[in-house]
Design a protein around this ligand. Sequence first.
Ligand SMILES: [Zn+2]
Length: 315
Amino acid sequence: MKEKKPRGATLSAMGFFERFPDEDAARIFIEQCVWEGGEPTCPNCESKRHGLWKTRKGHYRCKDCRKIYSVKNGAVFENSHIPLRSWLYAFYRLHGSRKGIPSTQLADELGITQKSAWYLLHRIRTSCMDDRLAKLSGEVEMDATYIGGKERNKHADKKGRRGRGPVGKQPVLGIRDRRTGEVRAVPVDSESALTVCAELPARVEPGTEVITDDHPAYRHIKEMQYSHSSVKHSVKEFVRNLVHTNGIESVWALLKRAFKGVYHHWSTKHCHRYLDELTFRLNKGGRHVGTLDFLRALCKGAIGKRLTYASLTKG
Ligand SMILES: [Zn+2]
C-alpha cells in the first residue's frame, strides 16, 4: 500500500480538542502568542510588572498603573463574552477550508446565535488584515475581477443602472507575485488607469515586471518605472510564452467559489474583510493552514485591532 505523505503538523479536529481540552489551555496558548514569552504585559502602560488578580482567572493587576487586564484587552477579543477556546476553534475552522465557513455553520458548531458567529467571523477577518505587508517584486501578475450578484436577481430598488458590463458589482484589483505566490487584493472604485496608478506603487517595487491583460486601465504602467507586458484577452490570446495572468485568475476562481458556494452574498461594505481573509490564508497559510503555527499567526494578528459591533453594522 502506498504510504500516506505526512501532512506536517496539521491539526485534525480531534487533535484540536486534545491540544485545547479546556478554556485554560486556550488562554495560555493565546497569552504565549500575544505576549513575548507568555509574560503578561499591561496594554495600558506596557509594564511587565504584575500580580495575579485573584477574583477572575486569567486577569492580572499592573503594578505600575494599577489597571486590571487580561489577554483580551487591546485585541479583537476585547469585551467578547465568547470563550477563548471558541475563538481558537473559529480561527481553526475559518481557515481549515480553502473557501472559509458560513456563520450559520459556525453558530451550530459553537452553540451560539448566527448573529454572534457572524460578528465573531468578521473580527477574525479583522485579525487577518495587515497593512505592513512588504511590497511585491520580481515578476507580478495584475488583474481585476467583479464580485456581486446578478442584476436580474436583485430587487427593483437595489438594481443599478441598466446596461452591459459589470453593473452593480464590486471591482477588486489583485496582484500576485509569481515567485512567492503572495497575493494582494483590494476593493476599488473601478478598473481604471487612475486606480492602477494609485494602487500599483503602493504594493509593488519599482523595476518589477508587471503582466496584465490588454484592458486600457493598464496602459500607463510602462511610464511608471515598471516593465509591462500584456496578453490580448480582447482577441482571445491568453498565453504567449510566459506572458499570462493565469496565477491571479486562479485566485479569482477561488474567491468566486467562496462567494457563490460558501457566503452566497456579501455586502460591498464588508468586501475588504473577505479579501483579507482570503489573502491571509493564501499568504500565511499555504501548506501551513490548520497547523499550530498558523493559529499562532492569527493570534498575533489579533493584537492592537478592534472591531465594534456598532462600527460593523452602521451605514
Ligand atoms: Zn500598566
